[in-house]
Ligand binder design. Structure first.
Ligand SMILES: *Cc1c(COP(=O)(O)O)cnc(C)c1O
Length: 496
């Protein structure tokens, strides 16, 4: 395989192979790693129709991670996309009315992050081996609920890795907490922190920036790493399901050869939609990329005005995984639309850090013409869940509903009749409170465990296994600590 190097969007950290970029996670200049070029899909799409998810994953991922051997990648893919997904298709595509829902919630934590977090641990441990790093990878994560559990599931039992997840004691739902505290795998550790999410996250950041502590860990055989969504080991595997969905449409004869499709992505950190953009750059026939935000509509404003402004209050919405004011992965798009100009990126990011906003040039804005930005309020989100459920018998979670709402707005505004894939990022069973309340207010005082049953009754869908067994599973983690004790808790886990 020919070499493909990675470079930082901020210009000073270049010529890394993918395995090195994965281990480093973020570049030393603070930038994100991007491939030198986006490889092309270099065979006719109709020759690819017989590929299953795993075969397609190999075809796409091997183009980006060219320093991995075929055996290494196949091993990672086999370990990632197996029976832990409750649908053998991994990412099934369902037609409801005129829209096609790409269901990315059939993994162990019922949300799309499973697609990337089930392969990242294997890529990382393989990368460490390739680079002759004879240390264990110690993953640290602060979580407001969802990412932490998905990371735990991904890393549990993966050789050469350990993972510690910190969550705010009173900042996660009962179901989320139970999911984490019942986590199995003797390389996993879950700790509740007395404080809110910001305190917890600051504590983790403090650990990452403490060089002396990091040397202490190195001496004891560990390197610190994170499972953050800016890691290329998470980003690249997300391209696969866009190509897969397109091929599925072809197979179902819903589109003609090379017909363009639009893609709607409920967006927070801009990782998932960036993968769709990369799929388009690889040559997939994609028309518009529709970026759906909730009331934290920074990206909506940015796409429409060219001004990114984070100086606003974070609003807590019913689609919490999209409650974000700074979308880290946007930096990779900025790099691209500036003609891969690291100086421009540096100056924009500098403006964001010092003034709280930046403005791109008209030329850069033109380069983003494929993107459409829309947003939905919480009220619209609830109405959308109810409408789609009664009209088409399809139960959506709150994040997917934001996507569907923005899709309808786009069609009404543009009259564009292009066939559209809506990315379904979470199962309705993951957010039983909001989803059932959207269907009928009478459920508003019931607890989450009972509401899961309600959702199953009204939708006729089976309760996912991971939730069903939850109340019976043994609690395996019960450590609670102060923010100031997080390092000691980590030393305890590692016995140092
Ligand atoms: C993380 C997440 C998102 C946002 O994805 P980004 O890649 O951060 O834009 C949307 N929906 C759900 C359910 C998520 O967990």
């Amino acid at each position: 395989m020919s070499k493909l190097f990675y470079r930082s969007t901020r210009g000073t950290d270049n010529w890394l192979e993918s395995s090195e970029a994965m281990i480093k996670g973020i570049a030393s200049d603070g930038g994100l790693y991007v491939p030198e070029v986006i490889p092309k899909i270099n065979q006719p799409l109709d020759k690819m129709l017989s590929m299953n998810y795993q075969e397609l994953a190999f075809y796409i991922i091997s183009k980006f991670f060219a320093d991995f051997t075929a055996e290494e990648l196949k091993y990672c893919i086999r370990k990632a996309y197996d029976k832990k997904f409750d649908d053998p298709l991994i990412a099934p595509l369902l037609q409801k009315d005129k829209a096609f829902f790409l269901e990315l919630f059939h993994g162990p934590t019922l949300a799309f992050k499973d697609l990337a977090l089930s392969i990242l641990p294997h890529l990382l441990s393989t990368a460490a081996r390739k680079n002759a790093i004879n240390k264990k990878i110690m993953i640290l994560t602060a979580t407001s609920g969802d990412t932490g559990k998905a990371a735990l599931e991904g890393f549990a039992g993966v050789e050469g890795t350990k993972i510690m997840v910190f969550y705010p004691k009173d900042g996660v739902s009962i179901i989320q907490e139970r999911h984490m505290t019942t986590q199995t795998g003797d390389n996993t550790c879950v700790v509740a922190v007395k404080g809110n999410f910001d305190d917890t996250q600051s504590g983790v950041k403090e650990i990452f920036s403490d060089r002396i502590f990091s040397r202490e860990l190195n001496r004891n055989g560990y390197i610190l790493s994170s499972a953050n969504s800016i890691n290329i080991g998470r980003l690249i595997p997300q391209i696969v399901y866009y190509v897969y969905a397109y091929l599925n449409l072809s197979k179902q004869e819903k589109i003609k050869a090379d017909e363009k499709v639009n893609i709607v992505v409920p967006t927070g950190n801009f990782g998932n939609i960036l993968a769709a953009y990369y799929a388009k750059k690889m040559g997939l026939p994609v028309g518009r990329l529709i970026c759906a935000s909730n009331e934290n509509n920074v990206l909506y404003d940015f796409i429409n005005t060219g001004i990114y402004n984070k100086k606003r209050k974070l609003i807590v919405t019913s689609s919490p995984s999209m409650d974000i004011l700074v979308s880290s992965n946007l930096e990779r798009l900025l790099y691209d639309i500036s003609g891969r100009n690291a100086d421009t990126v540096n100056s924009l990011i500098n403006d964001l850090n010092t003034k709280g906003e930046f403005k791109i040039t008209a030329g850069m804005k033109n380069e983003m013409a494929d993107f459409y930005g829309g947003f939905a309020t919480d009220r619209e989100t609830f109405e959308t869940i109810k409408h789609v459920f009664y009209r088409f018998g399809y139960l959506m979670d709150t994040h997917t509903a934001v996507g569907y709402n923005v899709y309808r707005k786009y069609v009404d505004e543009s009259g564009d009749r292009t066939k559209t894939i809506i990315v379904s990022t979470a199962s309705p069973f993951k957010f039983p409170g909001s989803v059932s309340r959207a269907i009928d207010k009478k459920y508003k005082d019931m607890d989450e465990f009972s509401l899961v049953e309600v959702l199953s009754d009204i939708s006729g869908q089976k309760i996912p296994e991971t939730i069903k067994s939850l109340s019976k599973r043994k609690i395996l983690h019960n450590t609670i600590c102060e923010v100031g004790q997080m390092k000691d808790v980590l030393r305890d886990m590692l016995g140092i």
